[in-house]
Structures are given as structure tokens and as C-alpha cells.
Design a protein around this ligand. Structure first.
Ligand SMILES: [Zn+2]
Length: 263
């Protein structure tokens, strides 16, 4: 993407104005938007990824409404108060449904830094099946007994839904929004992204396998639980954060594709 002079100027001004910690979160979140676009998990401009800002518990960052993920930059992200007020310096607005979903999850889960929501074809398809995500591949077993479901209520414009989103997510990291799409959370932006990459793959594999009309191999409950523990035991709340190992490499890949996300 070619940088225009106005966006370069805004980027330089904002970088001087915000804390180094906020700027780093902005860069990482912009990289996450670019990665979601790179891996073909976007729905034009209509989904959202949020991140808390270090030292500012009442604020989080969201995407500017109307901007494709592949052109989102660190300085274009919209700083939003938990009460819905937008930072006065932002020339952009957020998507109203994005505010409902992300403020609901972030308010319910102080341990979560990042919330990632998609409307991929595979995610929407699995979200609309009564069986939900089936424990049939190694990748899907990460989510065995470890994924929440939230009933569909219409487009998320009713702020009361925030309470039900938080209640349904409970202690889980991931949630299927029934008849709608996928949602992952992370203790870092990297964790939410890599978890979504796994969840998306699990949904795609399930649909491809079921489309053959063949019966999936049934795994024993013992093996399913053992595998889920192997995955999730590696990432206890006080252990290493899932995805942080891969994150610098993913960002280097985005640098090679188009480093303008850092502006
Ligand atoms: Zn949505």
C-alpha cells in the first residue's frame, strides 16, 4: 500500500502523543488485522478485533468502520471508552455491533487482552449446525469441552446482549456465535490470532470431511480428553501464552507483504 502524506502525518503525530506501550499494542493489533486478511478470514469490513491498552483499563482499540483489514494501520485504530465514547482525536467511528460484542467480552473477562471475531464461510457453516464443532481432528481436539456457544439474537445492536455474551463465554477462550460466526480471546493479540487460525482450520476440516458423506472415525472419550489436556495443559493461565512464539515471525511476514500497518 502506498502511504499518503496525510496518513503519514497523522501516524507521526499519534506516535508522539501516545505511550510507547499503547503504540506497540496499536502496531500488533494492526498486524493482526493484516494477518486475518492475509489468511482470508475477512468479511469485507464487517467483523472486528479489539485489544486493551496497557495502563488504560477503561479503553480498548477497534477497527475504523468502513476500512478494509488490509489497509488498517496502527494510527487508524479507534480508541474507545468502555462506555462507548470515541477518543476525540479519532477521525473514525467503530462498527456499533463491534462495540457491543467487544465491550461485553472485555468487561466480563479482565484476563483477556484481545478479542477476535470472524464471519468466515467455514465458521458460519459450523455455527449453524446443531452438532457444532465436532471432536474429529487433532486440531479440533484443542476445543474439546473447551469452547462456548452463544445463541443468536439478531445483529448485536442491543447492548443488553453484552451480559449474555460474557455469561456464555464463561471461562472459555473461544466461542461459537450460533448462526453467526467465530470468536476467540487471548491474553495477548498473538494468542487470539493463533487460536482463531486453529479454530478456522478445525471448522474447514470438519466441513470437508462431512462433505464426502463418509462417517468420521469415532475417538474414545479418553483420547479426546487426553489430547485436549495435552494442548491446553501447555497453556495454563500462569504458563506460556499460546501464539507468542510465532508472533515475531508472523509480523516479519507482514513486513515483507506490506509494512504500512506500522504507520
Ligand atoms: Zn459478527
Amino acid at each position: 500500500m502506498t502511504a499518503n502524506p496525510a496518513s503519514v502525518s497523522r501516524s507521526m503525530k499519534l506516535r508522539d502523543k501516545v505511550s510507547p506501550e499503547e503504540w506497540q499494542v496499536r502496531v500488533d493489533l494492526a498486524a493482526c488485522y493484516r494477518l486475518v486478511a492475509y489468511y482470508d478470514m475477512t468479511d469485507l469490513t464487517f467483523t472486528h478485533i479489539s485489544s486493551r491498552i496497557p495502563g488504560q483499563p477503561d479503553h480498548f482499540l477497534l477497527n475504523p468502520f468502513g476500512m478494509m483489514f488490509e489497509e488498517i494501520t496502527a494510527s487508524s485504530l479507534v480508541k474507545t471508552h468502555m462506555d462507548g465514547t470515541i477518543d476525540k482525536d479519532s477521525p473514525y467511528e467503530y462498527i456499533p455491533a463491534g462495540y457491543t460484542i467487544h465491550s461485553g467480552v472485555l468487561a466480563a473477562r479482565p484476563d483477556v487482552q484481545c478479542v477476535l471475531h470472524t464471519h468466515t464461510s467455514a465458521g458460519m457453516a459450523v455455527s449453524s449446525l446443531e452438532c457444532g464443532l465436532l471432536p474429529m481432528t487433532q486440531t479440533s481436539l484443542r476445543f474439546h469441552n473447551n469452547i462456548a456457544y452463544h445463541d443468536y439474537e439478531g445483529v448485536a445492536l442491543d447492548l443488553d446482549e453484552r451480559t449474555r455474551l460474557g455469561r456464555d463465554l464463561g471461562k472459555h477462550q473461544s466461542m461459537i456465535l450460533k448462526n453467526h460466526g467465530l470468536l476467540t480471546t487471548g491474553r495477548s493479540i498473538a494468542e487470539a490470532f493463533v487460536l482463531m487460525h486453529r479454530l478456522e482450520k478445525a471448522c474447514k476440516a470438519q466441513l470437508e470431511a462431512l462433505a464426502t458423506g463418509q462417517k468420521p472415525i469415532a475417538l474414545s472419550e479418553e483420547v479426546k480428553e487426553h489430547t485436549a489436556k495435552q494442548f491446553n495443559g501447555m497453556h495454563l493461565s500462569n504458563g506460556p501464552i499460546y501464539g507468542d512464539r510465532e508472533w515475531p515471525s508472523l509480523c516479519r511476514m507482514m513486513d515483507r507483504v506490506d509494512p504500512s500497518y506500522k504507520m
